[in-house]
Design a protein around this ligand. Structure first.
Ligand code: CP
Ligand code: NVA
Length: 303
């Protein structure tokens, strides 16, 4: 495994190995134990879109492992002025030991990976957000002691995070129910791919049906980065697809509520649920750091 472009790049074994490693790194960090596994290694982090969690967690992960993370705003490097992706990838491969990229188009990150001789990580594209799902699975494992045979319910827009959730659930054997309005279904090829590897994926337009007996209730923003022009239409179409206390009551009594953040209170999730007893949202955000440390160690630790 050279890159993480899609969640489907990971096998069930890879995911379990990464979660064990992340848990170990998390415990070591809590005890103040630092291992400079990535001493003298650098990660170039190309961002074409804004980020808080991804940017900070990658940068801190690199520094805590003894290496260095370079934040490169897409507009400030020659890529933003039209230098070919292939040239950028070849040149960066001579300087650094890994590239993380947050891009508008999934093709961009695939092309960076194609022309790089070093590991490339998708730090979010319009199609997928695999790093997020690694942290999500770590969080579920912590709260449920397993990730297999649970019911994962997605409520809202079938977006990039949803696509990676579908693949992640299919790979580890978790059942996934998606409730979204018509026209907001997840990527059809990804759903097909998930079913092909044995995933139990159901899609409904009824949030109550999807939430019934759920172990996990998950949502994300109705307006993703790049969707801003459709704001009014999206608010209107997605209005009934909110995680609120009525929906939480339909899930298992000890269900956990998750959100990748940033959240829009009063839109996809209500304030009381976000801050309520079922919410594990801030543990989930913290786990981005531990999961990505495990990931960069796996990809960049050998070279
Ligand atoms: N969840 C997530 O990727 O957050 P950022 O956009 O802040 O990186
Ligand atoms: N679906 C959101 C996720 C943000 C982390 C977006 O793409 O903007």
């Amino acid at each position: 495994m050279k890159d993480l472009i899609s969640m489907a790049d990971l096998s069930n074994e890879d995911i379990h190995e990464l979660l064990d490693s992340a848990q170990d790194l998390k415990e070591k960090r809590a005890r103040g134990k630092i291992n400079e596994f990535l001493k003298n290694k650098s990660l170039a982090m190309i961002f074409e879109k804004p980020s808080t969690r991804t940017r900070v967690s990658f940068e801190v992960a690199m520094s805590e492992l003894g290496g260095h993370g370079l934040y490169l705003n897409y507009k400030d490097i020659q890529l933003g002025r039209g230098e070919p992706i292939s040239d950028t990838a070849e040149v960066l491969s001579r300087y650094v030991h890994g590239i993380a990229g947050r891009v508008n188009s999934h093709d961009t990150i695939s092309e960076i990976a194609k022309y790089s001789t070093i590991p490339v990580i998708n730090a979010l594209s319009d199609l997928e957000h695999p790093c997020q799902i690694l942290a999500d699975l770590l969080t579920i494992q912590e709260y449920r002691n397993r990730i297999k045979n649970l019911k994962f319910t997605w409520v809202g827009d079938g977006n990039n995070v949803c696509n990676s959730v579908i693949l992640g659930c299919a790979i580890v054997g978790m059942n996934i129910a998606i409730a979204c309005p018509e026209g907001y279904e997840p990527n059809n090829d990804i759903v097909k791919q998930a079913k092909k590897i044995g995933g139990n994926v159901s899609i409904t337009h009824d949030p109550a049906e999807a939430a019934d007996n759920a172990d996990i209730l998950y949502t994300d923003v109705w307006i993703s980065m790049g969707d801003e022009e459709e704001r009014e239409k999206r608010l209107n179409d997605l209005g009934d697809y909110q995680i609120n206390s009525r929906l939480v009551d339909l899930a298992k009594h000890d269900a956990i509520v998750m959100h990748c953040l940033p959240a829009h209170r009063g839109e996809e999730i209500t304030e009381d649920v976000l801050n309520g007893p079922h919410s594990v949202i801030f543990d989930q955000a913290e786990n981005r750091l531990h999961a990505q440390k495990a990931l960069i160690l796996k990809l960049m630790g050998q070279k």
